[in-house]
Design a protein around this ligand. Structure first.
Ligand SMILES: Nc1ncnc2c1ncn2[C@@H]1O[C@H](COP(=O)(O)OP(=O)(O)OP(=O)(O)O)[C@@H](O)[C@H]1O
Ligand SMILES: [Mg+2]
Length: 267
């Protein structure tokens, strides 16, 4: 394991943002324990567009965090930066998962290290059945859940195992997208708007599944426009505004604070 000092040497770039972020570096907690997941002072760009502007937060193992904020606040960009996809480009900061530094990794390496990003568009692979989509997720080790275990969690997918994935309903496609992440050995599940475009009854079904996954200890970040639903599921909420963290606290605090919701979530 690397020490905090070594971690500092892993900073991306030549540190043009020194002192830019408020708060202290969270790589090591007071007790000397590294957080399960930690991002510290991350700055990310689409070309010249400066979008993620010094975001820092920690996540404990098994915690569910709702990452909230208005349209364009930088939620998707933050998830993408954590998953190490090329765009936005991470120009500064550190990202750690289970003692491993992700900030210098490519997306496929971050995925192998345990990041499971489920993007908004779900990316079900055309021409493949449900089961083939799942098998493809398991093509290389490390393996996560068995396909049978996934069908126990989502019986609807089991019933439709031979159906082409892209012909599933929106809710079923979301189940398949989550399942593909579970089929790999995911340590941090990043869900971008899993309830988007789904009827309330399906939202409720997926919510119940996420609660089940939570009891199994899966550490999860959920980005949602349906903030109230996400807040009921999550232990903690982080609110972004203009690419910066403006709130980090227990979910109930956001549910109880109408001013905060109005100001940053417009609900
Ligand atoms: N590929 C891109 N190129 C340039 N700018 C981008 C790109 N993708 C996103 N942006 C900009 O970055 C900002 C943050 O976008 P992002 O998608 O992270 O917001 P979001 O919080 O996920 O919003 P929403 O709730 O609408 O999904 C926006 O101003 C957006 O226009
Ligand atoms: Mg988004």
């Amino acid at each position: 394991m690397e020490t905090a000092d070594q971690a500092t040497n892993n900073l991306i770039g030549d540190d043009p943002f020194k002192g830019a972020a408020p708060g202290k570096k969270p790589v090591m907690s007071a007790g000397g324990q590294a957080a399960f997941f930690s991002c510290w002072d991350i700055h990310a760009y689409y070309g010249e567009s400066y979008i993620v502007q010094g975001v820092s937060f920690d996540i404990r193992e098994g915690e569910i965090v709702a990452l909230l904020g208005r349209n364009g606040a930088g939620k998707t960009s933050t998830l993408r930066a954590i998953a190490r996809v090329d765009d936005p480009a991470l120009k500064h900061g550190e990202i750690w998962l289970d003692h491993k530094p992700l900030h210098n990794m490519k997306a496929h390496e971050a995925a192998l290290t345990g990041i499971g990003l489920v993007p908004e568009d779900r990316r079900i692979i055309q021409g493949l059945t449900v089961e083939e989509n799942l098998k493809l997720a398991q093509i290389a080790p490390p393996m996560g859940w068995s396909i049978e275990r996934i069908y126990e969690l989502f019986p609807r997918l089991g019933e439709r195992r031979n159906q082409e994935g892209t012909t599933l309903s929106g809710g079923e496609q979301q189940m398949l997208a989550i399942s593909r992440a579970l089929a790999r050995d995911v340590k941090l599940l990043l869900l971008d708007e899993p309830y988007e475009g789904l009827a309330p009854v399906i939202v409720h079904e997926i919510e119940k599944t996420l609660e089940q996954i939570k009891t199994l200890g899966m550490t999860t970040v959920i980005v949602e426009q349906n903030a109230i639903a996400a807040l009921h599921l999550a232990d903690r909420a982080i609110i972004l505004d203009m690419g910066q963290v403006v709130f980090d606290g227990v979910s109930q605090e956001v549910l109880d604070n109408a001013d905060l919701r109005q100001q940053y979530l417009a609900i």
